[in-house]
Design a protein around this ligand. Structure first.
Ligand code: P6P
Length: 322
C-alpha cells in the first residue's frame, strides 16, 4: 500500500489557498477528531438523549448538539484567523474581537435525530472571507455561497471521513486510529447520470407538482418515461446522503412542501446547503433550489432555509425541467 498523504501534507501542498484558510481547516479538522470520539462513546459517556431545551430552529436539542457545538466554538474562537462564527445551534453570530481573517458557519452535528439509534451523523462547515477593516457583523455572513473560500464535512460512520474543498477539487480523508487524517480519496467526482434518488417519501402528498412528477417518473421504472428502474435511499442525515452521492452518484431532494408553506424547505442555506453545494459542484455535480444554483442565491437571514436538489448533474437538470 502506498504511503498515504495526511491532511497536513495536503494543506502544505495546496499552492492556491491562503495560508490562514489552511489554519482554519486544520483547527476544524482537529475539533472533529474530538467530536468523533465523543460521538463514538455514545451511551458510555452518557452523551445520548435530549438536552431538554429547544434551539433557534425550534427543534429539540440533543445533548450531543450542545457538546459538539461547544467543541467547535471554543476551537474556532481560539484560532487567530477566525473573526466570527455562526452555528445552527446559536441564535446569533459570535465574534472573536478580531478583524480580517475568516468567518465560519457550521452545523456541529447534522442528523442528530439519528444519534440515539447509532446511524451516521456529521459536521458541516463553510469558510467565508471576513471584512478586513473591522469586526464582523451578522450582515457580513450573508454572502452568496460562491464566495466561500473552503467548505467541508465530516461523516461519523463506519469510517470517520473528512471531505474537503479549498480552491479546486474534492478530497477525502479517513481518520486513522492514531487521530491522523489520511487522504484516501484524491479525485472525488459525481457521475452525471444515476439510478438512485434520496427523498423522504412520507412527504409525497405535500410536494409541489413538479417534484411529484419527477419522483413519479422514477417510480414508474423501466416501463415508464425514464426507461430504467430506480433505487431509493433516505438516511435522514444530509451528510450521509451527500457522502453516498459523492461516492456512487445519486440525487438528493429536500423540496418545499405544504406542511410549512411559509418556509421554503427544511435545510439551512448558510451552513448546510452552501457548503454541500460547493463540494458537489467542485465534484462535477449540480446543486439548486429546484431552479437556481444554490451558490448564486443571495442570503437574507442567518438561519434562512432553502429547498435543495443536488447530485448527478443530468438528474438535477431533469428536476428543474419537470
Ligand atoms: P426528515 C437532519 O435533521 C436534517 O437536517 C438533514 O440532515 C436531513 O437530510 C433532514 O433533516 C432529514 O429530514 O424530515 O427526513 O427527518
Amino acid at each position: 500500500m502506498t504511503t498515504l498523504i495526511d491532511l497536513a501534507g495536503h494543506l502544505a501542498a495546496e499552492q492556491t489557498a491562503d495560508e490562514a484558510v489552511k489554519d482554519v481547516v486544520a483547527v476544524i479538522a482537529a475539533a472533529c477528531v474530538q467530536i468523533s470520539r465523543v460521538v463514538a462513546s455514545g451511551a458510555i459517556s452518557g452523551s445520548l438523549g435530549a438536552a431538554g431545551q429547544i434551539n433557534v430552529q425550534d427543534e429539540e436539542q440533543k445533548k450531543l448538539d450542545i457538546i459538539t457545538n461547544d467543541i467547535l466554538r471554543e476551537a474556532l474562537k481560539a484560532c487567530p484567523a477566525v473573526a466570527g462564527l455562526a452555528s445552527e445551534e446559536l441564535e446569533a453570530i459570535e465574534t472573536a474581537g478580531r478583524k480580517g481573517g475568516f468567518l465560519v458557519t457550521f452545523d456541529p452535528l447534522d442528523g442528530s435525530s439519528n444519534i440515539d439509534v447509532n446511524v451516521s451523523v456529521g459536521t458541516i462547515f463553510s469558510i467565508l472571507p471576513a471584512p478586513d477593516d473591522r469586526e464582523p457583523n451578522e450582515q457580513d455572513f450573508l454572502l452568496p455561497g460562491r464566495q466561500q473560500v473552503a467548505a467541508g464535512y465530516v461523516v461519523y460512520g463506519p469510517q470517520t471521513m473528512l471531505v474537503l474543498t479549498l480552491s479546486r477539487g474534492v478530497f477525502g480523508f479517513t481518520l486513522s486510529a492514531d487521530g491522523t487524517w489520511l487522504m484516501t480519496h484524491d479525485a472525488v467526482a459525481i457521475s452525471p447520470e444515476t439510478a438512485e434518488f434520496a427523498i423522504n417519501m412520507s412527504n409525497q402528498r405535500h410536494w409541489a407538482e413538479p417534484v411529484r412528477r419527477y419522483i413519479e417518473g422514477c417510480l414508474q421504472g423501466k416501463d415508464g418515461p425514464r426507461g430504467k428502474n430506480f433505487n431509493m435511499r433516505w438516511v435522514a442525515s444530509m451528510v450521509a446522503d451527500v457522502h453516498r452521492i459523492l461516492m456512487r452518484g445519486g440525487i438528493f431532494l429536500y423540496p418545499w412542501d405544504a406542511r410549512e408553506p411559509d418556509k421554503p424547505g427544511k435545510l439551512r442555506l448558510l451552513y448546510e446547503a452552501n457548503p454541500m453545494a460547493l463540494i458537489v459542484e467542485r465534484a462535477g455535480g449540480k446543486a439548486t433550489d429546484g431552479q437556481t444554483a444554490i451558490l448564486d442565491l443571495q442570503p437574507t437571514k442567518l438561519h434562512q432555509r432553502v429547498p435543495v436538489v443536488l447530485g448527478s448533474a443530468n438528474e438535477v437538470d431533469r428536476v428543474s425541467a419537470a
